[in-house]
Design a protein around this ligand. Structure first.
Ligand SMILES: [Zn+2]
Length: 388
């Protein structure tokens, strides 16, 4: 493992020092990047969210009149609360060939590498432009990038292709699952538990739905559909949280649970949601309303993003393979913004330094060797887009 100092290390240290947890503003980091780009003569557009406390950043290096290659990353990181860190999570700490710190792997390492390329790129004459797209609120459902993509849709030129630098140990990933997260709120009728038949037990009805979801998960595992390359190779479903009731001697009037579907890119998850709705509407609600007219079951969508499925023969896949030196491509179990780029008509692969196994954890880290591999990848990219 190389112990030499990657060019992007000072930038990674600077980015890590911004505590850009998704719940908080990312504007100080965005201002830092904007000023850094300006130093190298690169203008950036900021696309704010409706609160004005967060922004996406988009910049183009090279000719602005033609589509180029977009390098995309998110600026937010997952929380550190409740995690057992041995160092300050917002101070990049170098030890044993690794840089520790929140976001070093997911995914400020990639962003730092891209920024470290800027001074070199700004000095060249590019035949194909490089676009830099930085988003907010990826970790809470790929929220910010939607504004960025909507804004891009109104621009005269949008990227020809995109590389999303989520951690894949620099392996080009051409597909990932999509996700839909739902909240189900069951409203029953409270009463003293000695008179249970006069109430509507919200937990019991919620349990019927939870049991259905469990059966559906089993059916998906047994019957598919299946897609090779994914692990697991089928759509999955699970209930992740449940809460309800207030005391054992009260028939509970409320129960709420959250469930998610992580679906193969080609598998539409809505019929699965509809199956749960159908049980509620055709079987459970009529029974509940015989006792309480106000009883109800409400479904609300919490988060949804599409899967990614890029044709293995698309030039963006060839590009990422050539730059990374990889012979093979992968499929990822985790979600990214790449599916949204693809849906916006921008062919996309995921390829970035570090391993998802090191993300979101206490003492998150990226191997210095991975940063070197990223820098090689980006230097090769710069050579490709430089006018001869
Ligand atoms: Zn990420």
């Amino acid at each position: 493992m190389s112990e030499s100092r990657p060019d992007c290390l000072p930038l990674l240290e600077a980015l890590t020092a911004f505590p850009t947890i998704s719940a908080d503003s990312n504007l100080p980091l965005i201002a830092y990047v904007q000023a850094y780009l300006a130093e190298h003569g690169i203008e950036a557009d900021l696309i704010y969210d409706e609160t004005g406390k967060k922004a996406n950043l988009y910049a183009t290096i090279g000719p602005k009149d033609r589509p180029g290659i977009c390098l995309s990353g998110h600026t937010d990181v997952v929380p550190v609360a409740g995690q057992d860190w041995t160092t300050d999570p917002f101070m990049a700490d170098r030890r044993n060939g690794r840089i520790h710190g929140r976001g070093t792997c997911d995914m400020k390492g990639f962003v730092a590498g891209v920024l470290a390329l800027v001074p070199k790129a700004a000095q060249r004459t590019l035949s194909t432009p490089l676009h830099i797209a930085l988003s907010h609120d990826e970790e809470v459902g790929c929220l910010g990038v939607r504004n960025l993509l909507a804004w891009l849709g109104d621009q005269p030129v949008k990227p020809a292709m995109c590389i999303v630098g989520e951690p894949t140990v620099m392996t080009p990933v051409i597909a990932h699952k999509g996700k839909i997260a739902m909240r189900c709120t069951v409203t029953g009728v409270e009463c003293h538990s000695s008179l249970a038949p006069e109430g509507v037990n919200a937990i019991h009805y919620a349990a019927d739905l939870v049991a259905l979801i469990r059966r559906m998960a089993g059916r998906l595992a047994a019957d598919g559909p299946f897609e090779a390359g994914f692990a697991p190779a089928h759509t999955t479903m699970q209930v992740g949280t449940v809460s309800g009731g207030s005391a054992l001697n009260i028939v509970p009037g409320q129960c709420r649970f959250d469930f998610e579907i992580r679906h193969l890119p080609s598998h539409d998850p809505m019929p699965l949601v509809d199956e749960a709705r159908a049980l509620a509407e055709t079987a459970l609600l009529p029974e509940m309303r015989r006792i309480g007219a106000d009883a109800g079951i409400a479904f609300a969508e919490l988060v949804r993003y599409p899967g990614l499925a890029t044709d293995e023969r698309h030039p963006v896949v060839e590009l990422a393979k050539g730059l990374s030196g990889a012979n093979d491509v992968g499929k990822a179990a985790f979600g990214t913004e790449a599916g949204l780029f693809q849906r916006a008509g921008i062919p996309t692969v995921v390829c970035g330094p570090g391993s998802i196994a090191q993300a979101h954890k206490p003492d998150e880290f990226i191997e210095i060797d991975q940063l070197h591999r990223l820098e090689t990848f980006l230097d090769r990219l710069l050579d490709r887009v430089t006018a001869s």
